[in-house]
Design a protein around this ligand. Structure first.
Ligand SMILES: [Zn+2]
Length: 147
């Protein structure tokens, strides 16, 4: 039973690889065709409009814009791969996360599911309205230590 399941998983994984490879090949072929037919007219029109001595500046500017776009895409990709909990500070005593921008408590259970839900203050303790998770707050900490 487990052998057939693992072989099915391996088969579907290899099928995904073949489909992704096919799509990548299609993208490369389409890009090559588009560049062959449209790159030269675009380059010709830019060359005709821009004075000859400033053409290298336009090419440099376009290169710079492409470079900045690549850096921006890389930053967005890194931000997307970063775990959601890394954006918040963890309160060791209360067991909940704190948003450093506004200091509000964030529910740890909801954060584990990928949702950011602020917690309400219930007589010093923190409580989530979405999942009813309760965490002890700072103000009751002193009374807890005293008891
Ligand atoms: Zn919650």
């Amino acid at each position: 039973m487990s052998d057939s399941e693992s072989s099915i998983e391996r088969l579907s994984a290899s099928a995904v690889k073949y489909v992704a490879g096919g799509i990548a090949g299609l993208v490369v072929a389409t890009t090559t065709t588009l560049l062959r037919h449209f790159a030269r007219p675009v380059y010709e029109s830019i060359r005709n409009e821009v004075p000859k001595d400033s053409l290298i500046q336009v090419v440099y500017l376009l290169f710079l814009v492409c470079l900045l776009l690549c850096v921006w895409i890389r930053l967005l990709y890194r931000e997307r791969r970063k775990p959601l909990a890394d954006r918040f500070e963890f309160d060791d005593y209360g067991g909940y996360y704190v948003d450093p921008r506004n200091g509000r408590a964030v529910c740890p259970s909801c954060l584990a599911e990928g949702k950011v839900v602020n917690m309400m203050d219930v007589s010093g303790n923190k409580m989530c309205n979405a999942c009813k998770t309760a965490c002890r707050g700072k103000t009751t900490a002193k009374s807890d230590i005293g008891n």
